[in-house]
Ligand binder design. Structure first.
Ligand SMILES: Nc1ncnc2c1ncn2[C@@H]1O[C@H](COP(=O)(O)OP(=O)(O)OP(=O)(O)O)[C@@H](O)[C@H]1O
Ligand SMILES: [Mg+2]
Length: 213
């Protein structure tokens, strides 16, 4: 059976595609047959990223395909072990459909209240629409270097009733450059940054295996 993971937010630019590629890369490296469904058809950033990955002959190969609708993506899902649904911003209907289809829903968020509040409100909306809370988890992305700021954001999310993925992805030029060359954030050269990305990936893998159990 195909495992489906959704990465969603109402806000743009928070790190959905970055996380989707990280998840896909880590499972692909473990030998899974993986596809990213790029549901942000107007931007197609993950589709472009795959082209850069191919141009640079990077392994493992990761399939990426743009889909206009979730239904179309799902039609193509069953030949893969894992499909990562890379959501579009500003699309409540699309987000709900991804949520219904996915075993786990990852919501990337920054640390400011301007990021956290709308992210939690989105989670509340999803729960209102009968998405189980246990399916929803938050990933802290584009964070600064203050541990207390990270922990405050984590506790804001926990107080709102949701879980967070272990670790966090800092805002770094090296990650941007990795993405520009078709790499996932776990494929950067700097060991400490690679470890930070791997910790988040492992956190998502752990949550997903719990959902599957
Ligand atoms: N941790 C980071 N450090 C540096 N740059 C980052 C980081 N995370 C994301 N970016 C950059 O920020 C931009 C937005 O990230 P990304 O595409 O992952 O967000 P998104 O939520 O998918 O955006 P959209 O809503 O437009 O689809 C990209 O240019 C990406 O390379
Ligand atoms: Mg995106």
């Amino acid at each position: 059976m195909t495992v489906l993971v959704g990465v969603v937010s109402q806000k743009g630019g928070v790190g959905k595609s970055t996380l989707a590629r990280l998840i896909a890369r880590e499972y692909a490296a473990a030998g899974w047959d993986v596809k990213i469904a790029d549901l942000d058809i107007s931007q197609g950033t993950s589709t472009d990223w795959k082209q850069r990955r191919e141009q640079n002959c990077l392994q493992p190969e990761i399939a990426v395909e743009p889909f206009r609708t979730i239904a179309q993506a799902l039609k193509h899902a069953d030949v893969y072990d894992l499909m990562v649904l890379d959501g579009a911003p500003h699309s409540m209907q699309g987000t709900l459909e991804i949520a219904r289809a996915s075993a786990l829903l990852v919501l990337p968020t920054g640390l400011s209240l301007d990021d956290l509040k709308p992210s939690v409100l989105l989670a509340h909306e999803l729960v209102k629409a009968h998405i189980p809370e246990s399916k929803i988890t938050f990933a802290l992305c584009r964070v600064g270097d203050r541990d207390n700021e990270i922990e405050e954001a984590r506790s804001y999310i926990h107080k709102a009733g949701y879980s967070t993925v272990a670790g966090s992805i800092p805002e770094k030029t090296a990650y941007r450059q990795a993405s520009d060359s078709g790499r996932a954030v776990s494929e950067v050269t700097f060991p400490t940054l690679r470890q930070r990305a791997e910790e988040v990936a492992q956190g998502i893998i752990n949550k997903l295996s719990k959902q599957e159990a």
